[in-house]
Design a protein around this ligand. Structure first.
Ligand code: NAP
Length: 266
């Protein structure tokens, strides 16, 4: 259990499953949380000791220090456009996102937020399933994109540090290059397997069980999330094409092998 020392006033924008998972840890650490979302999460929020506000403008009036953006990748642009952050009297001092791609939110946050707001881009590289027994050793990737108030930024990052995350500071573009080869590839293989309607058998090997687990883990995430990993990571298309080429190459080797064996028997 992390040390109880929360002091931050955090406003969460987008209170879907991942935001709820993060918020539970932040509440355990004692931070004050406020949330707004397209759907009504007032019940979930009241059970978690979080104030839910239907209107993002009301959220910004709560004099929060940090805005934590947890919306889907594909809706980010629209959500930012409708967030009334300009001209706030005592607006938030730090804006943080947790999207699973990084260059896209980095660009949009810099374009659309007030110049006086600091920007921290993060990707907690785990979710409600992989992080259900704690976050120790799990990677938190981040880039201090525009940070003038180092203390506030460090205090926010401490949320993850206190949970034992492996803190990985990395430029957003580098994150996307690596994540296309790892996370996007993982999700794509999982989605391909799910097209095959595989089922457990009485003679499952460990390898096959791992495939079923991969399928289940990746399809548990929303289709919006998967679409976002593709549409908003400029390196994803290249990895998709490499996967397709690799499949064709293996298929060719198999078919050529079958032909050679038949010829050898003649
Ligand atoms: P998601 O499907 O990627 O996002 C769901 C969230 O987006 C909900 O808060 C939803 O609001 C909001 N949203 C979707 N369309 C919207 C629209 N048109 N207008 C306004 N809001 C909209 O699912 P998620 O798993 O909760 O992920 C949230 C974010 O965390 C994503 O950016 C994802 O990449 C990132 N992330 C997820 C994981 C994970 O393991 N799931 C891990 C790391 C990072 P309502 O619920 O109110 O409709």
């Amino acid at each position: 259990m992390a040390e109880q020392r929360g002091r931050l006033k955090i406003g969460i924008v987008g209170f879907g499953s991942f935001a709820q998972f993060l918020a539970a840890a932040m509440r355990r650490q004692g931070h004050s949380l406020f949330a707004t979302s397209r759907s009504d999460y007032s019940l979930q929020c009241s059970q978690m000791g979080i104030i839910f506000l239907r209107d993002a403008a009301e959220l910004l009036e709560m004099e929060i220090e940090v805005v934590l953006i947890c919306t889907s990748i594909v809706s980010l642009e629209q959500v930012l456009r409708s967030l009334p952050v300009h001209g706030c009297r005592r607006g938030p001092r730090l804006f943080v996102d947790v999207l699973s791609v990084k260059q896209h939110p980095r660009d949009l946050l810099l374009q659309s937020l007030p110049e006086e707001g600091d920007v921290l881009c993060t990707h907690p590289m785990f979710g409600p399933e992989s992080g259900k027994h704690g976050w120790a050793g799990l990677p938190l990737v981040f880039e201090r994109v525009r940070i003038r108030e180092q203390g506030l930024c460090a205090e926010f990052l401490d949320i993850f540090r206190l949970e034992g995350c492996r803190m990985v500071e990395m430029p957003c573009e580098e994150h996307d290059r690596i994540a296309a080869r790892s996370q996007f590839l993982t999700h794509t293989v999982g989605r391909v397997l799910s097209e095959m309607e595989l089922e457990a058998t009485p003679i499952d090997t460990k390898g096959f069980q791992a495939l079923l687990q991969l399928r289940d883990n990746t399809t548990r995430d929303s289709l919006d999330l998967y679409l976002g990993l593709f549409r908003h990571n400029k390196f994803a298309m290249e990895e998709l094409e490499k996967l397709e080429a690799a499949f064709q190459s293996v298929k060719k080797k198999l078919l050529e092998g079958v032909g050679n064996d038949a010829q050898a028997r003649l």
